[in-house]
Design a protein around this ligand. Structure first.
Ligand code: ATP
Length: 246
């Protein structure tokens, strides 16, 4: 079995009256693309955000590489443990350059040791993995069209060289060519031993990409599918099944 890079056990999260997650346990394994599938409001984003420390869980535990995270995880702590997220919202700092936006938050020990040239090369190479477009590193990110801004925020996640990259509906603005290039990059990223958690609604890309699909309904993880079960008919059947015993 592949190594478990990130996992949660018995995670619950409530927003007021809404139980967004109920007793959810998942394992994210090296070399795999994990997809979280579910209808609107089923808890996909909440799970993604709990896994990377953007949201604290009410109960349960988070483990990285088998090690229990003590206390309340936050994004900086989880990044130090090799877990990065790209959120649904396209968050660039508009008046800062593309280069600065890609390197944003990279003040860890490893990146402090990099020269300006090395950082520029890292940003250039990461962008080239994601698009054939020519995006000038010195241009203010706010001047870019939305799909290029989205590429920049995905590049920021990849440039952090995480062990686990979480993409929460982060591809909506991409065109077909950039989407294809991203998927090739994610596959190569996993083949090198990392893992991806991919939150998406789009059935064709889920079927194309996933090594394992985790199906959410009303905050509950109702199914985990692999191999030949990752096909549109089976996924749809799980997606629409009525929940009993909840
Ligand atoms: N910050 C918040 N405050 C209050 N309720 C929230 C908050 N975040 C999520 N929720 C609620 O928790 C439930 C799960 O939301 P979540 O965003 O995780 O679902 P989702 O499956 O990602 O949905 P979508 O596909 O629409 O993004 C929903 O009912 C949502 O309204």
């Amino acid at each position: 079995m592949d190594k478990i890079l990130l996992g949660c056990r018995g995670v619950s999260k409530r927003f007021g009256e809404t139980q967004a997650l109920r007793d959810v346990s998942v394992d994210i394994q090296s070399g795999r693309i994990h997809t979280i599938l579910g209808e609107n409001g089923s808890g996909k984003s909440t799970l993604a955000k709990v896994l990377c420390g953007v949201l604290p869980a009410d109960n349960g535990e988070i483990r990285v590489g088998g090690q229990l995270i003590q206390g309340v995880p936050d994004p900086r702590m989880m990044l130090a443990h090799g877990v990065a997220i790209v959120l649904q919202e396209v968050l660039v700092v508009p008046n800062r350059s593309v280069l600065d936006n890609i390197l944003l938050g990279q003040d860890g020990v490893f990146h402090r040791c990099m020269s300006v040239n090395e950082k520029t090369e890292l940003a250039r190479q990461t962008l080239a993995q994601l698009t054939d477009r020519s995006i000038a590193l010195d241009r203010p990110a706010g001047e870019l069209p939305l799909h290029e801004q989205q590429i920049v925020v995905i590049a920021r996640g990849l440039a952090r060289r995480p062990d686990v990259l979480i993409l929460d509906e982060a591809t909506a603005a991409l065109d077909l060519a950039d989407r294809g290039k991203l998927f090739d990059t994610l596959k190569a990223f996993c083949e090198a031993g990392s893992a991806v958690v991919f939150v998406s609604h789009r059935m064709p890309e889920i079927v194309e990409l996933s090594d394992q699909v985790h199906v959410m309904q009303n905050g509950v993880l109702i199914a985990e599918l692999e191999g030949a079960d990752i096909n549109p008919a089976t996924l749809l059947a799980h997606l629409t099944q009525e929940l009993v015993d909840v």
